[in-house]
Design a protein around this ligand. Structure first.
Ligand code: LFR
Length: 480
């Protein structure tokens, strides 16, 4: 039977890549066609994405990929570009770490109380949710001139094909979608003066998204027609689709710049307890709900490594493994760590202020970060089970952190559950598999996951020791 090739464009906060997935009746392999840096730029107006550099990287990647049967695009969530009446981009998209949303949530809650907002949208509070970004931009000339808003993957798909749509899994991170209906929250938008007409029509993973334009074919040397297929365009939705789990009793942690830790559910959890625990109900494939918490993730380490001039990561992690466990921990869910810069001293400050030993060496700081992440993973996995009434027997770690053995081992120990690590390129694989499904090559989600479990190398970590020391560390954190 035929093998088909799919290009998966997967854009992360620090790099983008174009991967080629080859799918056969019982085979799945992934190779990298092109990887390019994603360097946000601090402009006088604020922190912005260099969207043209990203688009150039996508075109280079498609050229390097060669013939493919289809193209799918996923990226980080919440951010968008605005187009004018001619369809031209109005400025560089703002970065979700840009401080322009500071204090905006309080303003929004004065109109729609936080509890009501959660009951209607199921989205955890994060200052960067698109809703807050749009309110922050309310009186800008750019928004006044905008006729169309496209989320990042939809913007790139528009440039490639000329067709505009709003992909649902990513739309669910705007805080303007009702997770019960999968349709817009018309009432919330109206009360906050957000014009839903800015958004292109909703489309779902698997839907066709147009054909590469003639100029794009020319630019990339590809022979048409090449269709673009809608995938779970939120990278986390694609990553969850590629969790190689069997059955339903699993938790997942999508690791990378962020750790997104939680469950796949069939219905949202919109209770007040869920809101105060800051769990989010994002939408996944096939009407599923990604019930999860955003944890600051390897961002904490990436920022330290940047500050230290990029020392060898392998050596740093081996040294960290030798440092005594759980000497000091920080709250890896704390929005105080959101902005870039000075990360080692911000972590040291947090330890000092909470009366813990201050980590000094690079190894100690790294250990503090990994212990803190494992602890935050534990808390999210436990609380999600409780709030959703959905018990699990195993934790799957996918994404870049699946390659970090120390992080996986500590997470298994902290949770007292086995951890299955891999695949590291989960977002790209989920992207490929949704395209393969749309092209009739794989069946339902369970079949996609079975194919992953059979074809991808996975590492299992059994929990060691007692979880009491982790509980004690958690009590130390929450006592404050
Ligand atoms: C991960 C991610 C998270 C989202 C954050 C900001 O890459 O997409 O799911 O909360 O980036 O968009």
């Amino acid at each position: 039977a035929a093998v088909k090739s799919y290009a998966a464009v997967d854009l992360g906060a620090s790099s983008g890549r174009v991967m080629v997935g080859r799918v056969g009746p019982d085979s799945l392999d992934l190779t990298e066609a092109h990887r390019f840096p994603n360097r946000p730029v601090r402009t006088p107006e604020g922190l912005r994405w260099d969207i043209l550099a990203l688009y150039a990287g996508v075109l280079d990647g498609l050229r390097a990929a060669g013939h493919v049967d289809s193209v799918g695009i996923d990226s980080w969530a919440v951010d968008y570009g605005l187009l004018d009446a001619d369809g031209a981009l109005l400025g560089n998209p703002a970065h979700y770490r840009d401080p322009r949303t500071r204090g905006v949530a309080e303003q929004v809650w004065a109109t729609v109380p936080a509890a009501e907002l959660y009951a209607a949208t199921g989205l955890q509070y994060a200052p960067f949710n698109t809703l807050y970004q749009l309110v922050a931009a309310r009186s800008t000339a750019q928004l006044a001139h905008a006729k169309r808003l496209l989320l990042i993957p939809d913007l790139l798909a528009y440039w490639l094909t000329g067709e505009a749509g709003t992909e649902l899994t990513n739309a669910s991170t705007t805080q303007l979608i009702d997770p019960r209906t999968g349709d817009w929250s018309y009432d919330i938008a109206a009360r906050l003066g957000i014009d839903l007409e800015l958004f292109a029509p909703l489309r779902r993973p698997g839907d066709p998204a147009g054909l590469l334009r003639p100029s794009v074919l020319e630019e990339t040397g590809l022979t048409g027609p090449v269709p673009v297929t809608t995938v779970g365009s939120h990278d986390t939705a694609s990553a969850v689709a590629a969790v190689p789990a069997a059955g339903e009793r699993f938790a997942y942690i999508c690791t990378g710049t962020w750790s997104l830790a939680g469950l796949e559910l069939t219905a949202p959890v919109l209770t007040e307890a869920s809101r105060t625990a800051n769990f989010t109900n994002e939408l996944g494939l096939d009407g599923t709900v990604r019930y999860l918490r955003n944890i600051m993730g390897l961002w904490l380490l990436q920022e330290c490594v940047r500050e230290w001039g990029h020392p060898d990561l392998g050596e740093l992690l081996s040294a960290a493994a030798e440092v005594p466990a759980l000497r000091s921990v920080v709250d890896a869910g704390d929005a105080a760590f959101l902005a870039p810069g000075r990360m080692p001293s911000r972590i040291a400050d947090a330890c000092r202020e909470s009366g813990q030993p201050v980590p000094e060496s690079r190894a100690e700081i790294t250990r503090c970060i990994l212990d803190s992440l494992a602890l935050a993973h534990r808390r999210a996995v436990f609380e999600a089970q409780e709030l959703a009434g959905h018990p699990v027997d195993v934790v799957h770690i996918v994404g870049g952190g699946a390659r970090n053995a120390l992080l996986c081992r500590l997470t298994a120990d902290a949770c007292g559950l086995p951890v299955v690590a891999g695949p590291a390129e989960a977002a790209a694989l989920g992207n490929v598999l949704v395209q393969a499904r749309a092209h009739g090559q794989v069946g339902d989600r369970a079949e996609m996951r079975g194919l992953l479990a059979r074809t991808q190398p996975l590492t299992r970590y059994e929990p060691r020791g007692t979880t009491a020391t982790w509980q004690a560390a958690e009590d130390r954190l929450t006592a404050r």
